[in-house]
Design a binder for this molecule. Structure first.
Ligand SMILES: [Mg+2]
Length: 357
């Protein structure tokens, strides 16, 4: 199979509800759709969903890279020559464009699995059957938080990730009221998005101890990982690196002793796709770190790719792959099944997504 050309379309897809995190608010997703056209009937599908506030890359940057250097790297070449070596070379050449590289990496994985007529998760080596995902509640008032939680629990979700970090007192109040309302069987995760100081984090942990929160994502700013190492080992086991972990270049700081984070939140759009994510996942398995697989606001295309990577990694413990649920429309359909908050891949070749004609 030979790659003939890349087709790129840019989309701005409104969200069902705008939402806020610590320091930002969002009302639409800017996504890039990629189709890799081959000399067979198979078309590889990928998508870029950059997070400019995290990696500095916009959808326009990603689309331009796919039309330029990424197209140049693959057009006219045989699929079997487009391997991990190419992925590393592109990472070196285009370090600031991880979402663009992820789109291409996803589409090439889709083609490889289609060529063998197996689901992508089978090609990667499935070790988990299926896993529940959390859904995110943005920063909002106590009442709005409780109402949003009711809606998500009614849709069948059993894990909630609560965005915090705007105001410590309000965060503790919202989580306390949520625990009262939801009962103990619902998993509560929290993400202050770098919104705390070390002292605030210590107070937060002390005052939420009885709530049995499952994890706390990125409590302190990127670059202040050292301050986390002063917390007890059982606290650090529940800290998850997000903004502190973009790609493999960040691992040296995360693998020191003591380790600041017991959990790493991997996102294909931060690290450059499935191949680099699996390299980080292998490091996590060696280091005894648990993996959480996260996302931005994304098409079902890249969510399906992240799910396949997650289910093929032994270190995977958590999914936070809710990025396509809040799009009012998507340029693709399928890729996974969602039942009572649990995600599973479809029994179809490749990613198992369908595109409009
Ligand atoms: Mg986060």
């Amino acid at each position: 199979m030979r790659v003939l050309r890349l087709e790129i379309r840019e989309h701005r897809l409104p969200l069902r509800e705008s939402y806020a995190i610590s320091g930002q608010s969002f009302d639409a997703a800017e996504l890039v759709e990629l189709r890799v056209i081959t000399d067979t009937r198979n078309v590889g599908v990928g998508s870029a969903a950059p997070a400019p506030e995290v990696t500095g890359e916009t959808a326009a940057h990603a689309a331009a890279a796919l039309r330029g250097p990424l197209a140049d790297a693959v057009e006219g070449r045989a699929l079997e020559t487009l391997d991990a070596e190419l992925s590393s070379r592109l990472a070196e050449a285009l370090p600031a464009l991880p979402a663009a590289r992820a789109a291409l990496d996803i589409a090439l994985h889709d083609l490889r699995a289609q060529e063998r007529d197996v689901p992508l998760v089978a090609l990667l080596g499935r070790v988990h059957d299926e896993l529940p995902t959390s859904v995110t509640l943005g920063v909002s008032s106590v009442e709005e938080t409780l109402e949003a939680a009711e809606r998500q629990l009614a849709r069948g979700f059993r894990a909630l990730k609560v965005k915090t970090g705007r105001d410590l007192e309000e965060d503790i109040e919202r989580l306390t009221r949520l625990r009262e309302r939801c009962g103990r069987e619902i998993a509560l995760r929290t993400d202050p998005n770098m919104g705390y100081t070390r002292a605030q984090l210590a107070a937060f942990l002390e005052r939420t101890r009885a709530l049995e929160l499952e994890l706390c994502e990125q409590p302190l700013p990127r670059g202040r990982e050292e301050e986390l190492t002063s917390f007890a080992v059982d606290a650090r086991a529940h800290f998850a690196a997000d903004e502190s972990l973009h790609d493999e270049r960040d691992l040296a700081r995360l693998l020191g002793s003591p380790q600041p984070f017991g959990i790493w939140n991997l996102k294909l759009m931060k690290c450059g796709g499935i191949a680099p994510a699996r390299a980080i996942a292998a490091e996590a398995a060696r280091a005894g770190v648990a993996l959480m697989w996260g996302c931005n606001d994304e098409s079902c295309v890249s969510i399906a790719a992240a799910l396949a990577a997650a289910l093929s990694s032994p270190a995977t413990r958590y999914l936070d792959l809710d990025g396509s649920f809040d799009l009012t429309e998507d340029f693709a359909r399928g890729g996974f099944a969602l039942r009572d908050g649990v995600l599973s891949p479809l029994d179809r070749p490749g990613l198992g997504v369908e595109l409009d004609a």
